[in-house]
Ligand binder design. Structure first.
Ligand SMILES: [Zn+2]
Length: 86
């Protein structure tokens, strides 16, 4: 637990980080953008590379990539789509 009440995720537990990102990104409502997923995760959790790990996860989401590619929309990690999905 951190001093601001968040749960600290230990370094090197990549499997847990993926599970957290899956739950936050693909949960109810599904495939939220980078800002939304980051806000959701940071509300209760902390780890040292939290921003980079979440960004990498969202960038690699196959569903988001395919949907956005077929729609010709900006990718979920581009600045244009952040505000639209939050
Ligand atoms: Zn996605």
């Amino acid at each position: 637990m951190t001093n601001n009440g968040k749960i600290y995720i230990a370094e090197g537990d990549d499997e847990l980080l993926v599970l957290i990102c899956v739950a936050a990104h693909c949960g109810l409502g599904g495939h939220w953008g980078l800002v939304a997923i980051t806000d959701i995760v940071k509300e209760k959790l902390h780890w040292s590379a939290i921003d980079a790990d979440i960004k990498a996860f969202v960038q690699r989401c196959l569903v988001c990539t395919l949907v956005e590619w077929f729609q010709g929309a900006p990718t979920s990690w581009s600045a244009d789509s952040y505000s639209a999905r939050v």
